[in-house]
Ligand binder design. Sequence first.
Ligand SMILES: *[C@@H]1O[C@H](CO)[C@@H](O)[C@H](O)[C@H]1NC(C)=O
Ligand SMILES: *[C@@H]1O[C@H](CO)[C@@H](O)[C@H](O)[C@H]1NC(C)=O
Ligand SMILES: *[C@@H]1O[C@H](CO)[C@@H](O)[C@H](O)[C@H]1NC(C)=O
Ligand SMILES: *[C@@H]1O[C@H](CO)[C@@H](O)[C@H](O)[C@H]1NC(C)=O
Ligand SMILES: *[C@@H]1O[C@H](CO)[C@@H](O)[C@H](O)[C@H]1NC(C)=O
Length: 730
Amino acid sequence: MAEPAGRRRGPFGLLVLVPLWTALWSSTCWARSGHPRLRLSHKELRDLNRSEVFQGPPGGLDLSTMLLDEAQESLFIGGRNTLFSLSLENVNAQHREIHWPSTATQVDDCLMKGREKSECANYIKVLHQYNGTHLLACGTGAFDPVCAHISLGRWAQDPVFTLQEDLVESGRGRCPFDPHSSCVSTLSRGELFVGLYTDYWENDAALCRLGNRSYTRTERDDRRLLNEPKFVGSVVIPDNDDPDDDKVYYFFTEKALDVESGNHAVYSRIGRVCANDQGGQRMLVNKWSSFIKTRLICSVPGPHGIDTHLDQLEDVFVLKKKDEKTPEIFGLSAQQATYFGATPEGPDHHWTAFQGRVPFPRPGSCASQVNGGQYSSSRQYPDEVLRFVRDHPVMLQAVRPLHHRPVLLRSEGGRRLTQLAVDRVEAQDGHYHVLFIGTDDSVVLKVITIYNADSDTMEEVLLEELHVFKVPVPITEILISTKRQQLYVGSELGVAQVKVHQCDLYGSACADCCLARDPYCAWDGHTCSRYLSVGLSAKRRFRRQDVRHGNAVQQCDGVLMRGQQSHSAEERRVYGVENNSTLLECKPRSPQANAHWLLQRGTDNDEVRVDDRVVKTPHGLLFLRLRRADAGVYLCQTDEHGFIQPLARITLEGSASKLWYKDFLQLIGYSNFQKVEEYCERVWCSERRRRKLKALQPKWKFSPAQERRGGTRGDRPRTPRHALTHPDTP
Ligand SMILES: *[C@@H]1O[C@H](CO)[C@@H](O)[C@H](O)[C@H]1NC(C)=O
Ligand SMILES: *[C@@H]1O[C@H](CO)[C@@H](O)[C@H](O)[C@H]1NC(C)=O
Ligand SMILES: *[C@@H]1O[C@H](CO)[C@@H](O)[C@H](O)[C@H]1NC(C)=O
Ligand SMILES: *[C@@H]1O[C@H](CO)[C@@H](O)[C@H](O)[C@H]1NC(C)=O
Ligand SMILES: *[C@@H]1O[C@H](CO)[C@@H](O)[C@H](O)[C@H]1NC(C)=O
């Protein structure tokens, strides 16, 4: 079998493109506690006016593609039989739509072939900005792909959104037949680069270019090039200032070649062609003369030096920079669920390293000035070069992540991570990559990772967990508008819009804001709000933010007073009944904080000892069986990132003999004194007490509570709002 070239400096080695891989880990050994600083349910997002959802027609949207157009202030989406143009400001406001179903003939043919009615719709799977005034859209057209141009107004105010019906053309080679088929595409200089299955039966996988007058693709039926691939992404990246050196990258997974010998592994791949590739003259006619691919490594060091590879590439995000030549590429990869063998390191065993002489121009180079300018087109390449390229499509050297490790490893239990988008955010102490990760149950996780050079470790900070749709569905698209600071999240249920930051929801104190460690947010002296590094003025000095350490003590010193006033420990009194259970409630404001309980003894505070009887719960301290000796003053504090905040000071009184009447009130309510009998049935009235209670009934009177001091938060049912003035305990 053909061997890939092993070189000191392969074409990929030249690249500044060094993918950073974000990994999903489906084993539990790397599981983190994973509490977000902020968790918002769908209802909370809606009630707080943080999210809008465009649901589309009643029958569902079947969204398969989204295109952001910040200049036109529009979000274009392609679903089943319909294209929509939504407003970036509010996806749920006025929208425009184009109905573009399959024709009656197409549907009849499709049904004749035995397809389901639902499959015979036109699923729009390709959507690109074609030029300043038009979009290119392609759909499956009832297993008969079609493409058309959509005219837009030249300006955002121009309300044009129409399909050029007279110009609908075949979409074969540009769009798959099957709505479920994977397909990636990118448009560059008027040419469409696609990775897709080109035929009805899904036998012919190809990477192709539909150029101005040419059609170039991978060779048919060559499983060395593509072996049952799943296409994940594609991007055009210039290598230098010579456009003839532009490269097109395809990201995909494919099966190992030696399936017959029981290797069911799937490999993540990155494939590359020259954008200007014209194919060969006598051989490789209209076929890539520059196609090479290699393995994309996303691995985790395991015991005994055996790395575990995460080869199930789910999504790729290209974070563009000002310098187009050096984008950062993030990948989302999972461990192969159905495959439990050890995925071998490096290329398939099927391939062996090539030891001979590599011809010039070496595989993967483009016909350009940079490469000597000897050839102005790949058609001029010597046959020897073309033959070598054809026979050696795999690079020996794999592409590895930037720091040779995943940026992030997560185990989400049953949850699958499906989509990824990344924003680069400037903070006071540097810039951060904020990852937005979509799951298969409607959640968007917002995460940053911080590299600690001292310990050579990555710290993961889970900032938000947003449940963007009402019911759990897989998230299939995430787009970021930096201009609007919004996230557009797609699923079959529709498109949800949510801000990339919810600074004010972290809390109303400086400490809350600093502890959140959200690079978007800073304490401005009054609220937690968007941090902007641009337009620096004197104002900036008052901005408090510490993403790296979350050191609220340092940041909020001085301003802490204000924060503490609004959050001073709440004073409460709780009456317990001997031998019964009692809860001292205290809930940390942040799920990332730990609660500590101290018992005040004179001037000392002792940590409360927990055991079978006294239990720390997420809601507070629970006494399962109260003893008289438990009475005392309890202090609840939260510790978050070393920042200690007192939350509540609770006085527990626990004498049954003194408290029987309060208990009585709690049981029967304050106004219903007819229930003495009922009460005494249930509790411990002696005959004497029962008689006395009844006799005293008319004399009960109310007065405002004296024992309640402190804040109003955390009203507890156990503490009566009113105390009774009453004669001495019977
Ligand atoms: C909700 O937000 C939208 C835009 O973000 C705004 O126009 C609208 O007034 C807000 N509604 C409420 C009740 O705050
Ligand atoms: C954009 O492409 C369409 C379709 O080919 C064409 O009709 C239109 O004139 C083009 N517009 C510009 C500004 O080039
Ligand atoms: C293809 O044609 C378009 C419009 O005619 C032109 O702008 C573009 O440069 C051409 N692309 C190539 C690679 O020749
Ligand atoms: C509580 O339980 C203990 C032991 O079971 C018992 O001696 C005591 O009388 C009980 N106290 C009350 C008020 O029921
Ligand atoms: C015992 O505690 C429970 C819950 O804390 C409460 O509902 C119940 O009324 C208490 N019983 C007595 C006799 O105080």
